[in-house]
Each structure stands twice: as C-alpha cells, then as structure tokens.
Design a protein around this ligand. Structure first.
Ligand code: SAM
Length: 338
C-alpha cells in the first residue's frame, strides 16, 4: 500500500495514536464481520481509528464525518490508498442519517465516536484551542462558520459567562472569572488566549492555583464546548446514530469528560431498559429494550495504553448493540423532509 505523499497527512498519521484502538476494533468486530458492512466514523479527525478499521476488516467501507474541513482534507489524503472503501464527508455528527441518505446507504453496521478535539486542532496554535500558547481566541472546530471564543467572551452577559464556565467547565470559581472577564473587556475586547490565561490565573485564589492542573484548563474546555455547541450536537447525535444502525449493528463512544460520558451512559441506558410502566404483567414488544450494553459500565485505559498514549488518560469507553427497531414513542423525529 502506498504512503500518502502530503507531508501534513503523513505528519497527521505519525502525531496521533488512536485511543483504545484495539478495544474499539474488538467491540466492533461482531458487527463489522458481516458481508457488505459499512461503518461511520463520526469523528474522523486524522483518520487513525478509520485506518485501523480499514486494515483489520478488508471488506468494510467507512464513511468518515468531521465538522473540521481541515481534518477531512488531511484524513482523506492519508486514507487515499484505500480507494473507494473510504468516503470523507464534511458534516456535524448529528447529520449522520442525512449523510447516509445522500450516499444511498440505508443502515450501517458500526458507528464510532471519539469525542472532543484532535491533536491536530490542539497543535495548530492559531486555532486558539490551547492554553499553552498565545493565539487568537477562536476555538471553532469548523473555522469557516459561527461565533468564535472571542465573540462569546466579549458579548455574553456576566451571568451567562458564569453559567457556561460552571456547567461546561465544572469551574468552581466561575463567578469570579466571569466578573474578571467583564471588567477586562470594558477596557478593550479580549482577543488573545494569553490574555484569557492571565486573567483566569489572577481571578483564582492562590491556594487553588497550586492544585488541579493548569488554572485555565476548565475555562478553555467550557468555551470550546460553548463555541461548538458540543453537548447539543451530542444529545442529538446519540439517538440519530442508533437509528442509523442496522439490527445487530454496534456503536462505540469514547468520551473524555464527565458531561459527555453521562450523556452517552443515559442514551444507552434508555435503549437498554424496558419502557413500559412497571405494573404491566407482560411487556409488549413495543416496549422491550432496543439496545444491549456491550461494555460493563465505562471502560478506562489500562497502564499499557496510558504509557503508549497520554491522551487516553481520561477516556471513558461505552458500547452498545442494536437489538431491534426503536419503538415509535422513543424514536427521534426526522431531521429533514424526505
Ligand atoms: C478526538 S478527534 C478524533 C480522532 C480520530 N479518532 C483519529 O483517530 O484520528 C475528534 C474529532 O471530532 C471532530 N468533531 C468534534 N465534534 C464534532 C461534531 N459535532 N461533528 C463532527 N465532528 C466533530 C473534531 O473536529 C475532531 O477532528
């Protein structure tokens, strides 16, 4: 097989070790081993997981989604040697069923979601995802559209800033940081990540600064989630992805922070539970579970994985298998007219 010629694509492959790749392949295998199997990698990134799937299952076709056009371009270059077994599509992952309809794929055997930002996005200093280097306050995963982190910081009311920091960053000093932001922007709009880092550092009490990692970590996480509407997209994407699965198909999700993992846990638990009232003597078929949990709780990285890949530190992996069609009362509404 040829190696990609674009140095960026080669670099992408070398920079990024896919998290829990072997475990993902093992969990997807029973679904992907069927003839004509198709998998959606909803968070293509640099295509590491997808490459693993394409190599391990030589008959499988992968449709890779990413909201970041740069990720689609680099991963497509990297995966070009697989020819028409790979199709990259620029889309937000809650559009999974629209994308499949456009490709005339009625159902898929696997869905993989590896949530959050990619190393590529973190490494590209100018995109403003990292608190470690000074850059414009952008943080958009799709840099072609929508408000930036600077827009959020310079226009939100103080109480909304505090809510974002508390809810998405689990930042206990959210009100202090929000007040400091509002005070600073009264002089000049915030424009650079470095300014934000300095401001957060100054707003947090000295004793708290000494513990809990980088003081701006939670603020940056919260802003990234807000700028990209990450939780809304995930809340829609989970049921949409289940609907995209054929019966017997499997979904594997890797989450890196507790809010996202909780949403995955709840979506899977809903599908794996009887939805009839508890006093019914016989559960009708329409209220039987439509998912089976394939992992027991959330799986974490073991020592060997952690040594190989520091990014796996906070991963929580969950998987489920589709048992039957979703009952009408739990099925998400169609996203667009047929
Ligand atoms: C952790 S990286 C995936 C890395 C990938 N598994 C690999 O092995 O290279 C997450 C990717 O998901 C993308 N992403 C995040 N939220 C998304 C969304 N709502 N819709 C589509 N892509 C999204 C990001 O742009 C990023 O490229």
């Amino acid at each position: 097989m040829d190696t990609p010629t674009n140095p960026d694509a080669r670099g992408a492959a070398e920079r990024h070790v896919p998290v829990l790749l072997e475990r993902c392949l093992e969990l997807l295998a029973p679904a992907l081993e069927v003839e004509g199997a198709v998998m959606v990698d909803s968070t293509l990134g640099m295509g590491g997981h997808t490459e693993g799937v394409l190599r391990r299952f030589p008959h499988v076709r992968v449709v890779g989604l990413d909201r970041d056009p740069q990720a689609i371009a680099l991963a497509s270059e990297r995966l070009a040697p697989f020819g028409d077994r790979f199709t990259g599509v620029h889309a937000v992952y809650d559009e999974i069923r629209d994308v499949l309809a456009d490709l005339s794929i009625p159902a898929v055997q696997g869905v993989l979601m590896d949530l959050g930002v990619s190393s590529l996005q973190l490494d590209e200093v100018e995109r403003g995802f990292s608190y470690a280097q000074d850059a414009p306050l952008d943080m958009r995963m799709d840099a072609t559209t929508g408000p930036t982190a600077a827009d959020v910081l310079n226009t939100y009311e103080e109480r909304d800033l505090a809510r974002v920091l508390r809810t998405y960053g689990e930042e206990r000093f959210a009100p202090r940081i929000a007040r400091a932001i509002v005070r600073a922007r009264a002089t000049a709009p915030l424009a650079r990540t470095g300014e934000l880092v300095d401001l957060v550092r100054a707003a947090i009490p000295a004793a708290a600064r000494a513990t809990g990692g980088h003081p701006a970590k939670r603020t940056f996480q919260a802003l990234r989630i807000e700028v990209n509407h990450e939780l809304d997209a995930l809340a829609r994407a989970l049921p949409e992805s289940v609907e995209a699965l054929a019966v017997g198909g499997r979904i594997v999700v890797e989450a890196y922070q507790s809010l996202e993992d909780r949403m995955v846990k709840q979506a899977f638990a809903l599908g794996a539970s009887v939805s009839a009232p508890p006093d019914l003597p016989v559960v009708p078929d329409t209220h039987q579970p439509y998912l089976r949990l394939v992992t027991r709780g959330a799986e974490e990285a073991d020592e060997a994985e952690l040594a190989r890949n520091p990014r796996s530190q906070s991963v929580r992996l969950r998987a489920a298998e589709r048992l039957r069609t979703t009952p009408d009362h739990l099925r998400p509404a169609p996203r667009r007219a047929a």
